[in-house]
Write a protein of this length. Structure first.
Length: 532
């Protein structure tokens, strides 16, 4: 026992109880027996099983009167082990602290002589009972490992070694409790192997909580790696000695149906993916929150039910102003697809997903909703995975805007939505005193060129849209076919343009010159116009 005082008081109580109970039996008390039949053709007779534990509990008053009972009860109260011991043995736990300690002592003595025909004090039997007590109330932080069944996982390899001493092992290759090997609620058939997540525990009071956190992080990595229904079982298990295990609630929700299957190659890729994440710095607040929200969506029963979670994860890392300030669907499409045609199609799908979310709020499920929700989950997963590996900038919104600019200028067919930054309005000067007013006669505007491209949809008040065209089409090839001058249209003898001139001139067309004609006007001193 780790508590020497409790160990010593229990030994004294056992010795004194053995003497008192032996005296009672010698004075005429009868031990109750149960009749049990023995199996097998060679044993046709019945056997008598002594109900010693029941006899001890019925003599509770005799045991409570022993001189060693009081010190033992105080030692149990001081060690605070009564509730856990009773709970582990399936006993009802009294609410009163004193009554709990007394009940524990009776149950301990009843288990000490269970099945015996006499109350002799066997030293080995007493040491075994004390070891069982130690195992059932032992501190879980002092255990070496924390073991939890993985729901839904099936793979062709028997073991995976992951960072921080984490392991994934088939249950038949690791000594584990029977309860952790049950198929009920584990997303597998009874004949399929069960896989366990094993986290090594360190030293200290927080070692158990840290090991449990690592188990949850393993599931997060698996969900970020690929799609599928995977999760932790409701309980993890801690070995406490004497082939006994303590249950620890994981707090994990039920896993999505469908299972999570890994081939040998995928299992190796999962190990590499976890190792790469381990050497990366901790993600920023927005990305960390987005990953947690994405994982919540993966824990829903279907991708459609997790759509709002996945869209929230996307909003967390893509919304906000940036160099260009593109819309959310356009930014998401820029990171999801590289080609212009693929980006336009992806943008339409992201816009459809936002409309689908609004439809779900209204209680309607349009056709193809489940398929679209699965597509969104896969694209958000890929986006967050690349961000977690450092393949994108810390600011995903900026990365998306820069991708839109680069691809738009190089391909010439990208539509870029630019949100205008409206400065604070300047102070309005005091109005001038009334004076003569001028009348301008403007030339009639020229009709719009039919070749001018009209952007759809119409931009908002604070948004303008520009279309980048291929600058090579604007280059004059010169007198010799197939050759161009570089830079196009600029000769060495010509002066350079000012430093603030835009490098892409066609994106910022100069306004046409207007010829203003103003007639000469005469005014009298009352401010009225006179005919001229």
């Amino acid at each position: 026992m780790r508590d020497p005082l409790l160990n010593e008081t229990l030994k004294r109580l056992a010795a004194e109880a053995a003497t008192r109970l032996t005296t009672l039996v010698a004075s005429g008390d009868q031990l109750p027996f149960d009749v049990a039949s023995q199996d097998g053709p060679d044993s046709p007779f019945h056997s008598y099983v002594p109900l010693t534990s029941r006899y001890v509990e019925e003599r509770e008053d005799e045991i409570r009167s022993l001189a060693s009972f009081g010190p033992a009860r105080e030692a149990v109260e001081s060690a605070d082990v009564a509730a856990l011991y009773l709970e582990q043995r399936g006993e009802k736990v009294p609410p009163d602290r004193r009554r709990r300690s007394e009940r524990m002592l009776i149950v301990f003595l009843a288990a000490l002589w269970d099945g015996c025909t006499e109350f002799s004090l066997d030293r080995d039997r007493l040491d075994g009972a004390l070891a069982v007590l130690d195992a059932e109330v032992g501190d879980i932080h002092e255990a070496d490992v924390l073991v939890a069944p993985i729901v839904g996982l099936q793979m062709t390899v028997a073991r995976l070694d992951l960072p921080h001493g984490m392991r994934v092992a088939r249950a038949d290759t690791f000594e584990s409790p029977i309860e952790a090997m049950q198929s009920e609620g584990m997303g597998r058939k009874a004949w399929q192997p069960q896989f366990l997540a094993i986290a090594e525990q360190g030293e200290g009071a927080e070692s158990g909580a840290e090991a449990l956190r690592q188990l949850h992080e393993l599931v997060s990595v698996m969900r970020l790696f690929r799609s599928g229904g995977v999760g932790l079982g409701p309980f993890a298990f801690v070995p406490t000695g004497q082939d006994r295990w303590r249950r620890v609630a994981t707090g994990a929700p039920a896993a999505r149906p469908g299972g999570y299957r890994l081939s040998t190659e995928e299992a190796e890729q999962l190990v590499d993916f976890a190792a790469e994440l381990e050497v990366r710095p901790n993600p920023g607040d927005a990305l960390s929150w987005a990953v947690r929200r994405f994982e919540l969506g993966c824990g829903r029963e279907t991708p459609l039910e997790g759509l709002s979670d996945h869209l929230l994860a996307m909003r967390a890392v893509l919304e906000g102003r940036g160099p260009v300030g593109a819309s959310l669907p356009m930014r998401a499409a820029a990171l999801a697809e590289s080609g212009s045609g693929g980006r336009l199609e992806a943008r339409e799908r992201f816009e459809a997903a936002l409309e689908l979310e609004r439809s779900l709020m209204r209680g309607t499920v349009p056709e193809g909703a489940e398929r679209l929700a699965s597509w969104i989950e896969d694209r958000v997963r890929a986006m967050l995975r690349e961000a977690a590996l450092g393949e994108l900038q810390d600011d995903l919104g900026t990365a998306a805007d820069e991708s839109l600019i680069a691809n738009g200028l190089s391909e010439g067919d990208a539509e870029i939505a630019v949100t205008a930054y409206v400065p604070e309005p300047a102070s309005v000067p005091e109005p001038a005193p009334p004076g003569p007013t001028l009348s301008f006669e403007e030339e009639e505007e020229e009709p719009m060129d039919h070749d001018t491209r009209i952007m759809e949809p119409i931009p908002a008040e604070d948004e303008i849209r520009i279309t980048a065209t291929n600058w090579l089409e604007e280059v004059d090839s010169g007198p010799e076919p197939g050759t161009i001058e570089w830079p196009a249209g600029v000769r060495a003898s010509e002066p350079h343009e000012p430093i603030d001139t835009p490098t892409v001139r066609h994106l910022f067309p100069e306004p046409e010159e207007a010829d203003w004609e103003v007639g000469e006007l005469d005014y009298d001193h009352y401010g009225r116009r006179q005919a001229g």
